[in-house]
Design a binder for this molecule. Sequence first.
Ligand SMILES: O=C(O)CCC(=O)C(=O)O
Length: 264
Amino acid sequence: MTARSGTDLASRFERDGYLVLVDFFEHDLMDRIDRAIRQHFDDEPDFLHSNDFLDRSQTDVIPWFPQREGSGAFDPITDDGRLDELTTTLLGTDWTDQYCMVMFSKPGTNGQAWHQDCAPDDARRFNLNRLVYTSDITEANGGDLVVVPGSHRRGLIPTGDPCGALDDQLVIRPRRGTLVIVHGHMWHRVLPITATGRCSTNFRAAPVGTPDDITDVAVYRNMRYRFSTAEVVEERDVTAAERRHRGGQAAPRASRSRKPSRQP
Ligand SMILES: O=C(O)CCC(=O)C(=O)O
């Protein structure tokens, strides 16, 4: 990366809150990692979270932290000097590597509702998603990533339908080898998945001074949710919450899960 291209990427990231770098990683490496992921999820792992959370978050993800289990398959990404350099360009020096988390969604599930990984209370405190796609996201299978460009500077995501379309949303369909960078304050979601399992691998990082538990409380359009204690810490859509309280909510959906916030 030249100084000029680094400056260009940094200013695009500051303006838009995301970057898409096609063919950042070699396909052979992607295939090796993808095989490791598919092997791991071959056994149809169970979802992890309570049905209450699953119904309310409308998010269907099974997380896996391969490096915690000693899998070396993902190390070439962690050790990639170009990724390191790009991260320093975006976050400044002394940023921290948080963890590597694979997110797997079964076919026929909802993807992920709109969310912010952490509350945008302080513009300097955020996590950085460094999302690696080891297989193509395709129109036929769904699972597109949807973002609202610039929303990392617009404060809290508005209350409303957890999965409803937002003005100015942009659909991204990453291919194998694509690196997508997403600011943790950015409003983003994943569309439903149809025929085959969908995965992405997130190498999360954060600027120096960011608390380790920055992603413990995520913001959805209907609630703020704390993962470490598995509780809703704020009802945001009060009308929907009242309906639920009176027993009038929609029927529960198929079993689902949400990624945990951070590596314990
Ligand atoms: O898997 C993706 O494409 C997006 C992941 C995501 O929404 C997140 O890590 O917060």
